[in-house]
Design a protein around this ligand. Structure first.
Ligand code: PAF
Length: 277
């Protein structure tokens, strides 16, 4: 496995890889969810490229950029064990050289949910992912369903900007008790870690109600909200029952829909979602 920092070396090494190339972009501090993306890429592609870059542009001023967990040596050994050919670890100066002033923005899809709570977040995500796509030029790129809106936004950007890349979205990987894997789970103390299963419990309750015939989105949102509110260490930011493609809030669940939420457990902000219908 080769580890590369500069764009020039990345381009030179990438040119020597056999196609199709699969790409797994990450912010590091890897867990089983990331490794499942690498394994899928390994199974489907002749070569696999990963990137590790904690992208300052997608963090708000009061968010966790400074304390975002990092462990490069551990990440590199996990990627090597999973069969990655090339890892790109650009510095902020490589990605955003002095004078940088060009941004990629997806409109409607970024307005609700995470976009409403985290102004500028998706502009940072789409800008860095567009730059990563240009540099790595993969045939396929792999993202987790855990960040459902991010996946929808990147799919839209890929189509709108004509990137010749297939976007593959892989299932959320969960701990045994249902908590979705996330690098941010490391912020949780033992009590908060137990309380954090409330997201999975709330989503499961709404899904069960849907399976029993409930079609009113307000009822499903209320079931989720009440489950969260009953957990003393949790504070609900939003719950949503939205159309899977447009992310618009629903009145009635008729087709494929996204149940999603953001919840603070202590000071840690967690998100999770289920697809129903
Ligand atoms: O999902 C992530 O880890 C990041 O948002 C991504 C896609 C690597 C862009 O920085």
């Amino acid at each position: 496995m080769q580890t590369i920092i500069t764009l020039e070396e990345l381009r030179a090494a990438r040119a020597l890889l056999p196609g199709p190339a699969g790409f797994v972009p990450t912010m590091g501090y890897l867990h089983a969810g990331h490794i499942s993306l690498v394994e899928r890429a390994r199974a489907e592609c002749a070569s696999v490229v990963a990137s590790i870059f904690v992208n300052p542009a997608q963090f708000g001023p009061n968010e966790d950029l400074a304390k975002y967990p990092r462990d490069l040596p551990r990440d590199l050994s996990l990627l090597e064990a999973a069969g990655v050919d090339l890892v790109w670890t650009p510095t902020p100066e490589v990605m955003y050289p002095p004078g940088f002033q060009t941004w990629v923005t997806v409109e409607g899809l970024t307005a609700p949910l995470e976009g409403a709570q985290r102004p500028g977040h998706f502009r940072g995500v789409t800008t860095v992912v567009a730059k990563l796509f240009n540099a790595v030029a993969p045939q396929k790129a792999y993202f987790g369903q855990k960040d459902a809106q991010q996946a929808a936004v990147i799919r839209r950007m890929t189509r709108d900007l004509d990137f010749p890349i297939e976007i593959v979205v892989c299932p959320t990987v969960r701990e045994a008790d249902g908590l979705a894997m996330s690098s941010r789970n490391t912020y949780l103390n033992p009590q908060e870690r137990k309380a954090a299963t409330v997201l999975f419990r709330a989503l499961s309750a709404a899904k069960a109600a849907h399976e029993q015939g409930e079609r009113e989105a307000d009822v499903l949102r209320r079931i989720m909200a009440e489950t969260i509110t009953a957990e003393p260490l949790a504070r609900l930011q939003y719950v949503s029952c939205a159309d899977y493609d447009t992310l618009e809030e629903l009145e009635t669940v008729t087709g494929k829909s996204l149940l999603s939420m953001a919840v603070f457990v202590g000071k840690t902000r967690l998100i999770d979602n289920f697809v129903i219908g």
